[in-house]
Design a binder for this molecule. Structure first.
Ligand code: ZN
Length: 433
């Protein structure tokens, strides 16, 4: 059953995608700032600037990259490529250039995909000073011989900064749940804007609900170095992280894929398996591999945080990935909404889990006397009654509601409802904080 606050979520996420699609995101710069500002109109975003040159882990925050214009003019005076048409046309972090050169010299700096001649590739050169353009292979093949004028009016500002955003849903207890996505790709829809809009909508929904037990922290930061910088700045917070999810590539039509944390048996791994088993769409569970998105940093051996990864088709496994074919036609409201519902259900299991203690463990308590037997009849009533028997049987303070849901094969919300009914009847001790 769809929670009422999810209604219209798919359309809202698509609208935010359209609004932010062409912003010139990169590791640094105004593209990320303007993306976070657009989200801030839906739910408050706490913005952090990390100064260029800051050493984080084995990395250094790069200079802030700003581009005013970048284009190539052909021998006949026509523009053959212009970043004004798409941010993909310029290699990310291109160094400034103003030069004339022949076609062969230009082609040494042009990237295209012979196997996908109508798609523009996405390329960056963050850590090696380089410049380049990305074009349709069909257009590259049509470039005439002659002299070309190359203009890249860009700066790499050593006094700039890298921008990260957090949406914080304050909890009533001290522990935290972390949800993270990269926010550095320009002009691409599924990777990684789909994760950005999903987390914006997740924040909006959670902010409208009663305060959770655990603080939910939603991190939007540039890929790789963003999570590394966040981890370096939040060392004292890390022991309080109960669970985390790295989210990306969640808008394509592929099946939902959950990749376990490095630990493999963390609460989030069990919650994801439980939630996805009862969702009305296909899914795949995978073991951890050190490849993918933000989870690579959270699950590095020095941190080893209980963070799993959720996507539809994982990054690198769909042919449109890192090309202009990863556009708004690849993502759909239904896919986004299904991914969001899956994330919410995983978080709800983490939030709703507990290790209940029976007040009446010597023999079965008498449910009928307390109005707890299935008087209404029907399958839902039968499920609830069966869930109550499982919860009571496992309510020894050592077993959790997740254990009960795994063993009885019923959806977690039914088990949670059973525990609530038993507690209301005085059969479970008050819930530990
Ligand atoms: Zn990517």
């Amino acid at each position: 059953m769809t929670p009422p606050d999810l209604a219209g979520a798919g359309a809202r996420m698509l609208a935010l995608m359209r609004e932010t699609f062409d912003l010139p995101r990169s590791l640094t710069g105004d593209g990320v700032r303007r993306t976070l500002a657009a989200i801030d109109t839906l739910v408050p975003v706490q913005v952090t600037e990390v100064r260029s040159g800051t050493v984080v882990g084995d990395w250094t925050v790069p200079p802030e990259w700003r581009v005013r214009e970048a284009h190539v003019t052909g021998p006949d005076g026509a523009r053959v490529v212009d970043v004004a048409d798409s941010p993909l046309h310029l290699v990310g972090y291109s160094t400034p250039v103003r030069a004339r050169m022949d076609r062969d010299a230009l082609l040494a700096h042009v990237h295209s995909l012979p196997g996908r001649p109508d798609a523009v590739p996405y390329r960056t050169s963050y850590w090696v000073p380089e410049w380049g353009f990305c074009m349709r292979h069909r257009d590259v093949e049509a470039l005439p011989a002659g002299e070309y004028e190359v203009v890249i009016d860009a700066e790499l500002d050593p006094l700039g900064s890298m921008t990260m955003g957090e949406i914080v849903i304050q909890g009533t207890g001290g522990d935290e749940v972390l949800v993270s996505t990269p926010v550095c790709h320009p002009g691409l829809a599924n990777d990684n804007l789909s994760g950005v809009v999903l987390l914006a909508e997740l924040g909006r929904i959670l902010a409208g609900r009663p305060a959770p037990r655990r603080t939910h922290r939603i991190l939007l930061s540039p890929g790789t170095i963003g999570p590394i910088a966040w981890l370096a700045a939040n060392a004292e917070r890390l022991p309080r992280i109960h669970a985390g999810l790295a989210v990306m590539c969640v808008g394509d039509p592929g099946a939902i894929t959950y990749k376990a944390s490095r630990r493999g048996d963390a609460p989030v791994d069990r919650a994801a398996a439980l939630a996805l088993a009862h969702r009305p769409e296909p899914h795949e569970l995978r073991a951890f591999i050190p490849w993918g998105g933000d989870e690579r940093q959270f699950c590095s051996p020095g941190y080893d945080l209980p963070v799993g990864a959720i996507s539809r088709t994982p990054p690198g496994e769909y042919p449109e990935n890192h090309t202009s074919a990863d556009d708004l036609s690849l993502v759909g409201a239904e896919a986004l909404e299904g991914s969001l519902a899956a994330v919410l259900e995983i978080l709800e299991i983490l939030e709703g889990d507990e290790r209940p203690v029976s007040t009446n463990p010597f023999g079965e308590p008498q449910l009928g006397r307390r109005g707890l037997t299935n008087r209404r009849g029907g399958e839902k009533g039968n499920q609830l009654e069966m869930a109550m028997l499982w919860v009571l049987n496992l309510a020894d303070g050592a077993h959790s509601l997740t254990d009960a849901a795994e063993r009885c094969g019923l959806p977690f919300p039914v088990v949670r409802e059973a525990a609530d009914a038993l507690r209301a009847a005085g059969l479970l001790a008050p819930r530990a904080a």
